[in-house]
Design a binder for this molecule. Structure first.
Ligand SMILES: [Zn+2]
Length: 338
């Protein structure tokens, strides 16, 4: 019997860091299409934390944060295994687009997961990934952001089962906005939760923050949160930190009421509760006339704003959260604030 941990072509003995890939199929020139995979496997036993980046190809925060985590991970310090998939949807990542531009029928990998072995191109890639992940993974984190159209602040969609809510709480003090999402839906977090495992979808960043120090700051925030998760589950030594309270609720999409140029308010606070009626932004026509104003529909929290000014009526302009419950964080073991 071999004591080997394998994901695709990546095969990790205890106490090693390896790389490999999940094979997807052949391209037109006969070359293998594949999804790159990093594995760091500790000497000792522990869970498998699996981190997915760039399910949407215009969201590179997952990739950079995975690189930063792995740069600081040593197998000798680790109990259990960390699997990093910097870009789940490689053709979409190459194009810098949400989905693979060559695939019009299963464009959004986060809506068709786990795909089908004999389906459309993105469905095949999703299926190859799912077949690799479903057995190996205990704890799954999918990293998302506002991509090419928006900026999103710290926000977690946690699949509605106890392991997922624990994983959300383990991300650390800055992650106190945690909204429940369904189990069994067509995205990786939801599918893995259907197996009784932990699956969360984490939002942070957007193309307006992929420059110089700012990009690093976003990625280090995420990488530090993965390290906090590793400490929470005893996979790394050290004390995990937690938010004192978790604000839970649901999101409401605020859509542009008119077409034109969206300009977010200069002082809209992210992640802070604001009263109904607080102005959030305006849509101008191309003569400079205000065509519509967008305000908080009820008391709530702005966790994202559109960052691409050109807007069509009906497109996202604000990611608004309505808090239904503030719960004491049962995991909090220290004096960290929230
Ligand atoms: Zn996304």
């Amino acid at each position: 019997m071999t004591d080997e941990f394998a994901v695709g072509t990546a095969r990790a003995a205890r106490g090693t860091s390896v790389r490999g890939a999940i094979p997807v199929g052949l391209d037109a020139s006969g070359r293998l299409r594949e999804i790159p995979v990093l594995i760091c496997r500790g000497e000792g036993d522990g869970p498998v934390l699996w981190i997915n980046g760039a399910t949407h190809g215009d969201e590179p925060e997952g990739a950079l944060s995975i690189f930063k985590l792995f740069a600081g991970l040593r197998p000798a310090d680790l109990r259990g295994t960390v699997v990093g998939v910097p870009a789940m949807n490689v053709p979409a990542f190459e194009a810098g687009k949400r989905g693979d531009p060559l695939d019009t029928f299963s464009h959004d990998m986060n809506r068709i997961y786990p795909g089908r072995p004999d389906g459309y191109p993105t469905e095949r890639a999703a299926w190859a990934h799912w077949e690799a992940m479903r057995v190996a993974c205990d704890l799954q984190i999918a990293i998302h952001s506002g991509g090419e159209h928006s900026y999103l602040a710290h926000m977690i969609f946690a699949s509605d089962n106890p392991p997922s809510l624990e994983l959300a709480a383990a991300m650390g003090p800055q992650w106190d906005l945690v909204f429940r999402s369904g189990v069994g839906g067509a995205n990786p977090s939801s599918k893995i939760a259907e197996l009784g495992k932990a699956g969360i979808t984490v939002e942070l960043g957007g193309n307006c923050r992929t420059l110089t120090l700012d990009f690093h700051a976003v990625a280090e925030d995420l990488a530090g949160s993965y390290a906090n998760v590793l400490r929470h589950y005893g996979m790394l030594d050290g004390e995990a930190r937690y938010a004192a309270r978790l604000r839970m609720g649901h999101q409401q999409a605020l859509l542009a009421p008119a077409s034109g140029m969206w300009v977010g308010g200069a002082e809209v606070p992210f992640e802070t509760e604001i009263p109904a009626g607080t102005p959030l932004g305006r849509v101008y026509d191309l003569y400079g006339e205000v065509q519509a104003e967008v305000a908080a529909p009820v008391d709530g929290v702005v966790f994202g704003l559109r960052s691409r000014p050109a807007v069509l009526a009906g497109e996202w302009c604000c990611f608004f959260g309505i808090i239904e419950e503030v719960r004491e964080n049962s995991w909090t073991g220290d004096a960290s604030n929230g």
